[in-house]
Design a protein around this ligand. Structure first.
Ligand code: FAD
Ligand code: NA7
Length: 540
């Protein structure tokens, strides 16, 4: 990290996929002075912190990467269908070095507060080590799945073994031969369970909600396939950017009810064999996420697989979900098979609640104390707005973000919010619900264009009107209500965190429609945004 300057054109918070690309755009392309702050000890965001056994992407590797630079696409290979945490961390470090970004990323530095100073149209940014900085633009790339959710289970501080959240996995924690417990069976928990079972001495899974999990189809990828994919990258990214979920497959246009039962089963089986959770939900039929009957057909297919795979009927019963299939779709290799192992125990905490964590382990309502050496919290995240509320973030008139978002987090286009001028969010509330790197790229490029235009036109401060923000919020709610997703509780609506307001937090009409909307707004001279002109901006 270079220099002792404290005044910048722009400050970026975070150094995951979002922060890295934003720094590149603003510094290398727009020529602004930029500092990125990162509270972690390395770059990569999600892929720096999530080092638990089994941590990997559930987006296929060929589209879990940046697409903005054709050379970068050609020079980075992959050898498995999904990318291990270490491979993604290595890739993001490569990107940082390739674009010479490291010197402007200040690691181990948490931004504790940022306030908009209206008298000068600058952001005043404070860091945990007492640093004070100013910038005209503030880009928050804080991560939407980055603030850990630690459940308030009695006795959680008394555990004598090793207690860790998956998002804070200690580099030196080895579970080989140990008695391991895991609370949580979401995307993270299921990944951990599959990877931990063969190495742990015994694994006890504390499951609250059973899950619909389909195979991922993970495995090695031959170099010839990598080369072929690279040759096709132009067409691949064109398809991704104009698709719905951006996962690198064509979404189905066929309604489940329009074909015979045999054909439905054939399609489900074909996609079960190919693997991938999003493919199973969006690539089989067009209406799995919107039509209760289509949804039940997919759910019933997965339930039938659980019954076939799991040998103990009681374990199979506990593992079988009954609710609507409408959480972020999960995939994994051998998830249900794992419960056939003698060294894996399933505890349904819906039926047998966790009473307390004791120094020795976890005591459940039936009086059993499950003795453990390691207890893993795979309990997810305070998603989307969690990291915003952790900072003392204040806009005009000193208004705190908690006050502004007292009814739940909102935004205009997922990137800006009224009363917080010149603050741009990457993956802010009501951004697209997709494979995320392509959506991050769309947002970073749009923000960068807007800043370039503001610089050119002498705009001192830009922010959305309240009306534009309300309109976007309403649109996102309307779209979400057309789907079945609001029918089940999950982090997508903030229902996983005790006391959090349940609200719509995503734009669910897909990346193609989202990109089109961004282009329309830009084409209409940044409709919905107010440009405040004045000399103050230059006076930093
Ligand atoms: P992050 O990578 O979360 O980075 C945010 C950074 O901001 C962090 O490094 C954090 O330390 C930093 N930060 C936050 N607050 C502050 C502060 N106050 N001061 C300083 N620094 C701060 N998405 C997919 O599309 N496909 C997948 O397969 C997929 N798999 C995932 C698997 C796991 C285990 C998890 C947790 C998430 C997964 N995601 C996946 C979502 C993933 O988070 C995104 O794909 C992407 O990595 C987000 O990048 P980001 O830069 O927006 O945020
Ligand atoms: P998730 O999907 O929020 O899963 C968290 C899991 O933890 C889920 O099974 C929860 O059960 C469970 N949980 C949470 N609190 C408790 C308590 N108090 N007791 C028992 N069980 C609990 O988080 P993930 O990290 O798996 O995945 C989040 C996203 O990150 C994922 O979609 C990927 O994109 C990466 P519940 O289902 O709420 O009943």
């Amino acid at each position: 990290m270079s220099g002792t300057t404290t005044d910048f054109d722009a400050i970026v918070i975070g150094s995951g996929f979002g922060g890295i690309y934003m720094l590149h755009k603003l510094r290398n392309e727009l020529g602004l002075t930029v500092r990125a702050f990162e509270k972690g000890g390395g770059v990569g965001g999600t892929w720096y912190f999530n080092r638990y056994p089994g941590a990997k992407s559930d987006t296929e590797g060929f589209v879990y990467r940046y697409s903005f630079d054709r050379d970068l696409l050609q020079e980075w290979d992959w050898s498995t269908r999904y990318l291990e945490q270490s491979a993604i961390e290595e890739y993001l470090n490569h990107v940082v070095d390739r674009f010479d970004l490291r010197r402007d990323i200040q690691l181990d530095t948490e931004v504790t507060g940022a306030a908009f100073d209206e008298s000068r149209n600058v952001w005043r940014v404070r860091t945990g080590d007492g640093g004070e900085f100013t910038s005209r633009y503030l880009v928050t790339a804080l991560g939407l799945l980055a603030k850990t959710n630690i459940p308030a289970i009695p006795g959680i501080d008394r555990f004598a073994g090793t207690l860790t959240h998956t998002n804070a996995w200690p580099a030196d924690l080895d579970i080989t031969g140990k008695r391991v417990g895991v609370i949580g069976t979401g995307s993270t928990g299921t990944q951990f369970i599959v990877a931990a079972a063969p190495v742990a001495g015994h694994l006890t899974v504390f499951q609250r909600s059973p899950q619909y999990v389909v195979p991922s189809g993970n495995g090695p990828v031959e170099q010839a396939e990598v080369d072929e994919t690279k040759r096709n990258f132009d067409a691949i990214w064109d398809q991704v950017r104009n698709s719905v979920v951006a996962f690198g497959f064509e979404e189905s246009g066929v309604e489940a009810g329009s074909v015979s039962e045999e054909e439905r089963e054939r399609v489900f089986q074909e996609n079960w064999d190919k693997g991938n959770g999003f493919r199973f939900m969006f690539g089989t039929f067009a209406d799995i996420a919107t039509n209760p009957e289509a949804n039940e057909a997919a759910a019933a297919f997965i339930r039938s697989k659980i019954a076939q795979i799991v040998t103990d009927p009681e374990t199979a019963r506990k593992l079988t979900p009954t609710e609507v299939y409408a959480k972020r779709p999960l995939c994994n290799e051998g998830y249900f098979e794992t419960f056939n192992r003698d060294d894996v125990t399933l505890v349904s905490v819906r039926e047998n609640a966790i009473e307390e964590i004791t120094p020795a382990g976890v005591r459940t309502a039936d009086g059993v104390e499950h003795e453990l050496d390691v207890l893993v919290l795979a309990t997810g995240f305070d998603a989307v707005d969690g990291n915003y509320r952790s900072m003392d973030l204040r806009g005009r008139d000193g208004t705190h973000i908690d006050e502004h978002w007292s009814h739940g987090p909102t935004s205009y286009l997922g990137v800006s919010t009224h009363g917080f001028p010149n603050m741009f969010m990457i993956l802010g509330p009501n951004g697209p619900f997709t494979n995320l790197p392509p959506s991050i790229e769309a947002q970073v490029e749009w923000i960068s264009d807007l800043i370039a235009s503001a610089e050119r036109d002498g705009v001192a401060a830009v922010e959305p009107t309240r009306q534009a923000e309300d309109g976007w919020t309403e649109l996102c709610a309307t779209i979400a209500d057309m789907t079945l997703f609001p029918k089940v509780e999950s982090w997508i609506f903030g229902q996983n965190v005790a006391g959090k307001t349940s609200t719509v937090m995503f734009y669910m009409a897909g990346i193609g429609a989202y990109r089109q909307k961004l282009a329309e707004v830009r084409g209409a001279g940044y409709e919905g945004l107010t440009m405040h002109r004045g000399a103050a901006a230059a006076a930093v």
